[in-house]
Design a protein around this ligand. Structure first.
Ligand code: 6R9
Length: 655
C-alpha cells in the first residue's frame, strides 16, 4: 500500500488461532446464524433482544432516528430497571439464588440472594425518598466496592433518580466538579474502604467536595471501616436511616428513554464529559451482550468481573447486565496483591468462578509476578476468560489462556467504551476461532467499520479509524447538559458515523484489531505507527511483562519511538544492561521491521495508569520530551511518575 493511502501502518503479523472447544460450541447460547439474522433485520433483532426484559408498557417503535445523532430506542415503552434486575427474578421463584458473593479485602464476606437484594434495594429506595429525592433528580455515589454500591445504584433506578458514580480514587476537586455538573441533591459515601490491607478514608474527601457544592442537601454515609469521621449537619448514617425503612417498595415505571445514569469520562483535555445513558436500550444491550459474549448459563455459572464499579465496565458487567440476566456474581473489594499476590486466584478457587472478566493491565501484572503464583490454585472451574479496557497484546492473551485458562478456555477480547454502554466488538466464544490480540467482529446487530481519513471503508489489510455506522440500543444519548459537545466530539469527524477515537486495522480476513487511541499514534519518517503494535512486539519478548511506547519529537524522523519496559519477574538481573536494551530493539525490528525500532528504551518498575488500568501515555510523552509532567490527578498512584522521571536525569516532575 502506498504511503498516501496508508492511514495507519499494519506491521504485526499473527498466525495463531484458537477455535472454540467443541463442547462449548455445541451448547453455545449464540451460533453463527445470529450474525445473519441481525444483518437481515437489525431492528427486528434488537426488538427480539428487548423481549428479555419485562416492560410495564410495550414500545410503539423500535428506533426513532429522525433527529440524528439523538436516538430514541423502544419509543413509548415503559419499564423499571431495578424491577428487571431484581424483583422479577424473585417473582420467578429465584429469591434464594445468590446474586452476589461479596468478598471484602480483609477476608470478611457477605452473600446476597435476589430476595436479600430486593429487600435492601427497597429499603434504600425508601430512604432516598425520605431524603426528598424524586424521579429525575441526580444522586452522586462515591463508595468503595461494597454491596451498598450496587444497592444504591439500584435504589436510584427504582425511584427513577439518575445516579452518577464517581470513582473512590478521585480527589475532592474531581468529585466536586462532577457533583456540580450534575447538580446532585444527595451524595452517598462511606467512612472509607479497605485497600492494600489498610482502611482508606473517603468521607474527608466528600466533606471537602460538598463544602462548596450548594446542590447537595444530604450526605448518606455507610459505615465500612469503623474509623472516626467528622460529622456535619448534612450527614445521615446509612445504618440509622436505611435500616429502619420498610423493605416494601413498588418500583416506579419510567420511559424507555428516562436517564438511568451519568458517568464522567475525563478524555484528554478539558472538562470531564458526563456520558448519559438511558433505561430501555441500555438494559437491552447490556443483558444481551452479557449473555452472548460470556455464553452465560445463569443456572450454573459463577461470574466475576474484577473491574471497579466506578468504571463503566462495573456498571454494565457487574451490576446491570448480570443482574438483568439473573446471574450469580462475585464482587471483590480490594487489590489483587492483598494479603498476597495469589488473592485473585484464591477468590476464583473459593467461589468456583466459571467466567472471569478483567483488564490487560492486570494480566500483564500477573505475568510480571510469574506463572508460579496462579499455579498454586485450583482454577479448573474456569470456562471463559474475558478482557477489556485496552488492546490485549497477543503474548498477554496467550499467557492468560494458557496459564489461567489451562489452554482450555476461550479468551474474549471485548472492545467498547463508556460511550457505547455495552460490548460492541468481540469474539463469540462458541463461534469464533480467536486470534490473539484481535477483537474480531462487531457483535450481531452492530455495524462498525474501519475508515480512512475521508471516511471511506479501508480494504482488508488496511488501517484507519474505527467508526460505528448505525445507532445501537445502549449508545450514549448525549453529554449531560451539552448537546453541542456531543455532536462535535462524536459525530462531526465523519458524516453520519460515530467516531470512537480509536485506531484499528482489518486483517486479510476482515477481522478487526484495535490499535489504541488515535491521539497516541506516532508519526515516524512519514509512517503512522500505532503504539499498540510496538508494545505488543516488546511484550512478545520472553523477558518483558509490560511496555508503553510514545512518540517523542526527533530532529531527523519527526517523531521517534521511546519505550518504557517492565521486565518479567523471572527475567533476572541482566535486564539492566546495554546488551539487553539492544536485544529488545533488535527484537522489535525483527518482529515489525526497522521502522518501528525504538530510539530509546527505559527499564521501569511501574507505568502511570488510571484507576481503570489505562496507561497514561500523555505523561510518558512529557518524560520522553523532557517536559515537566502535566496533570496527574487521575493517576491511580501518583508516585509512579517520580520513579520514572528519575530514570531520565534531565526530566523533571512538577509535583
Ligand atoms: C470499556 C472501557 C474506552 C477506550 C476505548 C479503547 C480502549 C477498551 C478495548 C480497548 C482495545 C479493547 N479499549 N476496550 N482497546 N481493545 N478490548 O474501557 O471504557 O473506560 O470508556 O475506555 O478503552 O481505546 O476507546 P472506557
Amino acid at each position: 500500500m502506498s504511503e498516501s493511502q496508508e492511514t495507519l501502518s499494519n506491521l504485526l503479523q499473527e498466525t495463531r488461532r484458537f477455535p472454540p472447544p467443541a463442547e462449548l460450541a455445541e451448547s453455545a447460547n449464540v451460533t453463527a446464524a445470529a450474525y445473519e439474522e441481525a444483518a437481515a433485520d437489525r431492528l427486528g433483532f434488537w426488538a427480539a433482544q428487548a423481549e428479555r426484559l419485562s416492560w410495564s408498557r410495550p414500545w410503539d417503535e423500535v428506533l426513532d432516528w429522525s433527529n440524528p445523532p439523538f436516538a430514541k430506542w423502544f419509543v413509548g415503552g415503559e419499564l423499571n430497571v431495578a424491577y428487571n434486575c431484581v424483583d422479577r427474578h424473585v417473582e420467578a421463584g429465584l429469591g434464594a439464588k445468590v446474586a452476589y458473593h461479596w468478598e471484602g479485602e480483609p477476608g470478611d464476606s457477605r452473600t446476597l440472594t435476589y430476595a436479600d437484594l430486593k429487600r435492601e434495594v427497597s429499603k434504600a429506595a425508601n430512604a432516598l425518598l425520605e431524603l426528598g429525592v424524586r424521579k429525575g433528580d441526580r444522586v452522586a455515589i462515591y463508595l468503595p466496592m461494597i454491596p451498598e454500591l450496587p444497592i444504591s445504584m439500584l435504589a436510584c433506578a427504582r425511584i427513577g433518580a439518575t445516579h452518577s458514580v464517581v470513582f473512590g480514587g478521585f480527589s475532592a476537586d474531581a468529585l466536586r466538579t462532577r457533583i456540580d455538573d450534575a447538580q446532585a441533591r444527595v451524595v452517598i459515601t462511606a467512612d472509607g474502604g479497605f485497600r492494600r490491607g489498610k482502611p482508606s478514608s473517603l468521607k474527608p474527601t466528600v466533606d471537602q467536595a460538598v463544602a462548596d457544592a450548594p446542590s447537595v442537601e444530604h450526605v448518606l454515609v455507610v459505615r465500612r471501616t469503623g474509623e472516626d469521621v467528622a460529622e456535619t449537619e448534612r450527614d445521615v448514617w446509612w445504618e440509622d436511616l436505611v435500616e429502619r425503612q420498610s423493605d416494601q417498595h413498588t418500583p416506579e415505571p419510567v420511559d424507555a428513554e428516562h436517564p438511568l445514569y451519568i458517568l464522567y469520562t475525563s478524555g484528554t483535555t478539558g472538562k470531564p464529559k458526563g456520558i448519559l445513558h438511558t433505561s430501555g436500550g441500555y438494559l437491552t444491550q447490556t443483558a444481551y451482550t452479557h449473555w452472548a459474549v460470556f455464553d452465560l448459563k445463569p443456572e450454573r455459572d459463577v461470574y466475576w468481573c474484577s473491574a471497579d464499579i466506578g468504571w463503566v465496565t462495573g456498571h454494565s458487567y457487574i451490576v446491570y447486565g448480570p443482574l438483568a440476566n439473573g446471574a450469580t456474581s462475585v464482587i471483590y473489594e480490594g487489590t489483587p496483591d492483598t494479603p498476597n499476590r495469589g488473592r485473585w486466584w484464591d477468590v476464583i478457587q473459593k467461589y468456583k468462578v466459571t467466567i472471569f472478566y478483567t483488564a490487560p493491565t492486570a494480566i500483564r501484572t500477573c505475568m510480571k509476578w510469574g506463572a508460579d503464583i496462579p499455579a498454586r490454585y485450583d482454577l479448573s472451574s474456569l470456562r471463559i476468560l474475558g478482557s477489556v479496557g485496552e488492546p490485549i497484546n497477543p503474548e498477554a492473551y496467550v499467557w492468560y489462556r494458557e496459564t489461567i485458562g489451562a489452554s482450555r478456555t476461550p479468551v474474549v477480547d471485548t472492545w467498547w467504551q463508556t460511550e457505547t454502554g455495552s460490548i460492541m466488538i468481540s469474539p463469540l466464544p462458541g463461534v469464533t476461532a480467536g486470534k490473539p490480540g484481535a477483537a474480531m467482529r462487531p457483535l450481531p446487530g452492530i455495524v462498525a467499520d474501519v475508515v480512512d481519513d475521508q471516511g471511506r471503508s479501508v480494504p482488508n489489510g488496511g488501517g484507519g479509524f474505527l467508526v460505528v455506522k448505525e445507532p445501537w440500543p445502549s449508545m450514549l444519548r448525549t453529554i449531560w447538559g451539552d448537546d453541542e459537545r456531543y455532536v462535535k466530539t462524536y459525530w462531526s469527524r465523519f458524516d453520519g458515523m460515530y467516531f470512537a477515537g480509536d485506531g484499528a486495522k482489518k486483517d486479510d480476513d476482515g477481522d478487526l484489531w484495535l490499535l489504541g487511541r488515535v491521539d497516541d499514534v506516532m508519526l515516524v519518517s512519514g509512517h503512522n505507527i500505532s503504539t499498540t503494535e510496538v508494545e505488543s512486539a516488546l511484550v512478545s519478548h520472553p523477558k518483558v511483562a509490560e511496555a508503553a511506547v510514545v512518540g517523542a519529537t526527533d530532529p531527523v524522523t519527526g517523531q521517534a519511538i521511546v519505550a518504557f519496559v517492565i521486565p518479567r519477574g523471572e527475567a533476572g538481573e541482566e535486564v539492566e544492561g546495554e546488551a539487553f536494551l539492544k536485544e529488545l530493539r533488535d527484537h522489535v525490528a525483527r518482529t515489525l521491521g526497522p521502522i518501528a525500532k525504538p530510539r530509546q528504551i527505559l527499564i521501569v518498575a511501574e507505568l502511570p495508569k488510571t484507576r481503570s488500568g489505562k496507561i497514561m501515555r500523555r505523561l510518558l510523552r512529557d518524560v520522553a520530551e523532557n517536559r515537566s509532567i502535566g496533570d496527574v490527578s487521575t493517576l491511580a498512584d501518583s508516585t509512579v511518575m517520580d520513579l520514572i522521571s528519575a530514570k531520565l536525569p534531565e526530566a523533571k516532575s512538577d509535583d
